[in-house]
Design a protein around this ligand. Structure first.
Ligand SMILES: C[S@@+](CC[C@H](N)C(=O)[O-])C[C@H]1O[C@@H](n2cnc3c(N)ncnc32)[C@H](O)[C@@H]1O
Length: 243
């Protein structure tokens, strides 16, 4: 089932997603850290640490948004990172951050669609994506194109929300996620639909083993899954086969 942000509006999921992130871009970073109580920063660090054995990697951060994962990758791996996103306003925030932190020599961001990436085959040592895949219009097309630009043997790290499975954490979390978060997010961002779309898109998105089979369908080989914070999020670590 395709979940779109603005149900009563026309437009493809991609157009609506880009519009939604354009709307919330100025408040995105604040809300991200506030609504997750800062836990998202720990998840990003763990995701990047999976790549620490690759010498001097060139990394592509897909759906880079305001650039936090790209910045984390550069900080931990001391490497060059290219970020792409379909939301011009999110990229504007990323650009400002990179200038302020004097990172423009090592991190660049540009407009780009995960389903038609503007790069040659076999370019990157690793492709990373945080909280992006759930928003793709066509998941298989996105994952397949991310695999295309990876070098054979290159690694893919996907960090995405998942669904906690066990009582009572599951019930407590769902209450927060379905009722408190949309209310708070809507109040602060002034875009209630964006923070209603968040839980709806998570609850309708494949996670765990099912997401691993999406990676396989896209030609990737899953290596390991790492559940984060009782399953609120999962890090999927995979590889492009060597031949
Ligand atoms: C929840 S934000 C995540 C941003 C960032 N990765 C982070 O960790 O904070 C999702 C981002 O995915 C981007 N996005 C959605 N579909 C995309 C696509 N097909 N290609 C590139 N970016 C996309 C959105 O514009 C948005 O900036």
């Amino acid at each position: 089932m395709t979940v779109k942000p603005y149900k009563s509006s026309e437009g493809s999921k991609k157009t609506q997603v880009a519009g939604m992130f354009n709307n919330i871009a100025p408040k995105y970073d604040f809300l991200n850290h506030f609504l997750s109580l800062g836990i998202d920063k720990i998840w990003r660090k763990r995701a990047i640490n999976l790549l620490k054995d690759i010498p001097n990697p060139l990394i592509l951060d897909v759906a880079t948004g305001t650039g936090d994962l790209a910045i984390e990758a550069n900080k931990r791996l001391n490497c060059k990172v290219v970020g792409v996103d379909i939301s011009t306003e999110m990229l504007k925030v990323a650009d400002e951050k990179l200038v302020k932190r004097e990172l423009t020599e090592v991190i660049s961001v540009q407009e780009g669609d995960s389903e038609n990436l503007p790069f040659e085959n076999d370019t990157f040592d690793a492709v990373i994506v945080a909280f992006g895949v759930r928003n793709f219009e066509n998941l298989n097309k996105g994952l397949t194109d991310m695999g295309r630009v990876l070098k054979p043997g290159g690694k893919m790290v996907v960090l995405e929300f998942s669904k906690p499975a066990y009582f009572p954490f599951k019930q407590l979390y769902l209450f927060y996620f379905l009722y408190i978060l949309p209310w708070l997010g809507g109040l602060i961002s002034k875009d209630k639909a964006a923070y209603t779309y968040l839980p709806e898109s998570v609850l309708n998105f494949p996670d765990g083993k099912t997401f691993d089979s999406e990676l396989v369908k896209a030609g990737l080989s899953p290596i390991k899954r790492y559940k984060q914070t009782m399953g609120i999020a999962t890090i999927y670590f995979s590889e492009k086969p060597k031949q």
